[in-house]
Ligand binder design. Structure first.
Ligand SMILES: Nc1nc2c(c(=O)[nH]1)N[C@H]1C(S)=C(S)[C@@H](COP(=O)(O)O)O[C@H]1N2
Ligand SMILES: [Mo]
Length: 236
């Protein structure tokens, strides 16, 4: 899996630098023009926050390993559960085998982190999030979906319309194999049209809510809509 050379290579220079000290222009010089616009000002916020207690390290195949907590329990088919609850007619809980038995979809797209690294053409497979929402029966007063993780800390959210897209998966495989623990397995969210921070690792809960609840990084200034350039729907 090749890595785009426009992404910052090797050691993440400047990740520990306090963001407020650096203007967006300086960040642009340090990191190059790979990520533009709103992201240039807030990129690397994630890494700086995580040096406080979480982890950033070089991952496999061009990925970096991100976690906001220093250790995450391991789960497998024996103890993994995914709940679907909140504003639904029928709250559900799935084991890993039950998720594997549902119809699987494939999505392949470049993965982009707001920190500037990119992994080209990453194939994911899994269950369409929309299928799980339909199985639970979304109530009319639900307009958003909140995701929680068995790391006990991370959260993300989407509007219901975003969540129903065909390229949003509850992913069970990446690059042709099971999702490793470090990559957020056994089950992670994959929101293909958005920056990778929207793709919650170690997914354990899907909750239908009346309105969008800001996720973990949104508290640090990340936009709730993480559209990749060109993927933003015309109607907004
Ligand atoms: N639970 C959890 N999910 C997460 C994160 C995290 O720290 N914890 N980081 C996000 C960010 S910013 C990115 S870029 C990707 C990183 O995925 P990777 O560690 O598999 O490369 O996961 C996203 N999902
Ligand atoms: Mo990220």
């Amino acid at each position: 899996m090749k890595r785009k050379t426009s992404a910052p290579a090797g050691k993440p220079v400047g990740r520990r630098v306090v963001l407020g000290v650096l203007g967006a222009g300086v960040l642009g010089v340090v990191f190059g023009p790979a990520v533009q616009g709103v992201w240039r000002g807030i990129r690397s916020v994630a890494s700086q926050v995580m040096t406080g207690g979480g982890t950033v390290k070089q991952g496999a195949g061009g990925f970096r390993y991100y976690s906001i907590v220093s250790s995450v329990p391991r789960k497998d088919a024996s103890d993994y559960r995914l709940t679907v609850g909140g504003l639904v007619d029928k709250p559900l809980a799935f084991t890993l085998d039950q998720l594997r038995a549902l119809p699987q979809s494939a999505v392949t797209k470049d993965v982009h982190c707001t920190d500037g690294w990119v992994v080209d053409e990453v194939p994911f497979t899994g269950v369409k999030l929309a299928d799980l929402l339909d199985a639970a029966g979304v109530r009319p007063d639900a307009h958003a979906v909140r995701f929680t993780c068995f790391d006990g800390a991370y959260s993300e959210s989407l509007t219901l319309e975003q969540a129903r897209r065909d390229d949003v998966l509850v992913a069970l495989t990446i690059q042709g194999g099971p999702i490793s623990h470090d990559a957020g397995g056994p089950v992670r969210l994959y929101v293909a049209p958005m920056y990778y921070y929207k793709s919650a690792k170690w997914l354990s809960g899907i909750e239908l809510t009346a309105e969008v609840k800001p996720g973990y990084w949104e508290k640090y200034g990340y936009p709730i809509d993480g559209w990749l350039p060109g993927d933003e729907p015309k109607h907004g």
